[in-house]
Design a binder for this molecule. Structure first.
Ligand code: OAD
Length: 347
């Protein structure tokens, strides 16, 4: 294992396996939700007009200067669907695992821990299996990027399946931390019928590999496991990006977190998140970096309004929800009062 110290972080590299970043110096808190003052574009008359981050990015998009958007996303895009993220104090999944009696929160997704004791994960998996939640405005905004021919690729860390459910096609989506759609033995990797694995887990049983008798698990990526092959498409995608949108992630898990550093330095990066994360914690921000801090649904809706897409997104949501997602109140998922993570917990 190699250890590097980069910008105050110890980063542990072990091939391409999923690992944590340990922060030993927390970045200075940056409270302003107002956009960076350097977000300035020339107006048609030639004078410089200060603009907000969303106005600037919206203008670039409207001017047709952006054609290959890469979206990098995490659990924060699904909190408006009622799914808690991982690390928000109090409401995040890792703050609510006491009942599983595990040595530390991430153990529930650690492959060695699972090998020793799969029961905590299987108890949690009953709640995590997709099927209880619906995509929200943020997912449909990303689908709209695709419909407008602007989405080069979406890289998501989420395992809730909401990207697919909202209609982002397979070839536009990289589920970097896997999904529940398939299952395999965690020891010999022999594939196992996903539906049978799900039934066993739902019935409180451990699905067992017929080949080596190891425990079968859904193909969500655990700490210590390799990322799916599709993830490595990033080597081609990121150099082609002309806009990077980073949404709802703490950028704390490698190797995914470092993807955001692989676009060209002149390529605009827009962070939409509650707090600054990763390279956005440093001051000054990189020239082409923009961030809008606050609730993601609000920010995305503002951007959609700047682009003139809001009604189209709402129509898309209404036409798509055809009963599949009847549990979601459309007024909630439209972004108004949308962060239900504090009241609608999985636990
Ligand atoms: P985290 O919980 O680490 O980060 C979510 C981020 O989204 C935080 O910065 C939140 O402040 C922000 N956020 C949450 N809700 C928001 C909202 N409504 N509006 C704006 N911002 C919001 O989740 P991830 O970064 O996705 O990996 O976590 C990465 C990985 O860590 C996961 O894929 C999982 C976990 O351990 C594995 O299990 C391998």
């Amino acid at each position: 294992m190699l250890t590097k110290v980069i910008c105050g972080m110890h980063i542990f590299f072990e091939n391409t396996k999923v690992i944590h970043i340990l922060f030993f110096r927390k970045g200075k808190s940056y409270q302003s939700s107002s956009p960076s003052a350097k977000a300035v574009l020339s107006s048609p008359s030639g004078s410089s007009v200060p603009r907000g981050a969303l106005d600037t990015i919206g203008l670039l998009m409207k001017l047709g200067r952006v054609r290959n958007i890469v979206v990098v996303a995490g659990a924060g895009i699904s909190t408006a669907s009622g799914i808690p993220d991982f690390r928000t104090p109090g409401t995040g999944l890792y703050a609510n695992l006491a009942k599983y009696d595990i040595p530390y929160p991430e153990a529930i997704f650690n492959i060695d821990y699972f090998s020793d004791n799969p029961h905590p994960f299987f108890s949690l998996a009953k709640e995590l299996f997709p099927g209880h939640h619906c995509p929200n405005y943020v997912h449909y905004f990303i689908r709209m990027l695709h419909q407008k021919g602007l989405l080069l690729r979406m890289y998501t860390q989420n395992i809730d399946g909401l990207e697919k459910l909202c209609g982002i096609p397979d070839d536009k989506l990289v589920e970097a931390h896997g999904s529940f759609a398939t299952a395999a033995c965690h020891l010999c990797y022999t594939p196992y019928p996903a539906e049978e694995a799900k039934q066993a887990i739902m019935n409180g049983n451990v699905p067992i590999c017929t080949f080596c008798a190891g425990a079968v698990k859904p193909n969500v990526v655990f700490f210590g496991e390799d990322l799916p092959e599709k993830y490595f498409q990033h080597a081609e995608d990121f150099p082609k990006a002309d806009l990077l949108m980073i949404m709802g992630t703490s950028l704390k898990i490698e190797p995914f977190a470092s993807l955001v550093n692989t676009v060209k330095s002149t390529v605009p990066r827009l962070l939409l998140n509650r707090d600054p994360v990763g390279p956005f914690e440093r001051r000054p921000l990189r020239r082409a970096d923009y961030m809008e801090l606050g609730d993601l649904s609000d920010s995305v809706r503002k951007l959609a309004e700047i682009l003139g897409w809001h009604t189209e997104i709402q129509d898309l949501m209404n036409s798509h929800e055809n009963g599949l997602c009847s549990s979601t109140d459309p007024s909630n998922s439209s972004g108004e009062n949308s962060d239900s993570s504090e009241t609608d917990s999985m636990h």
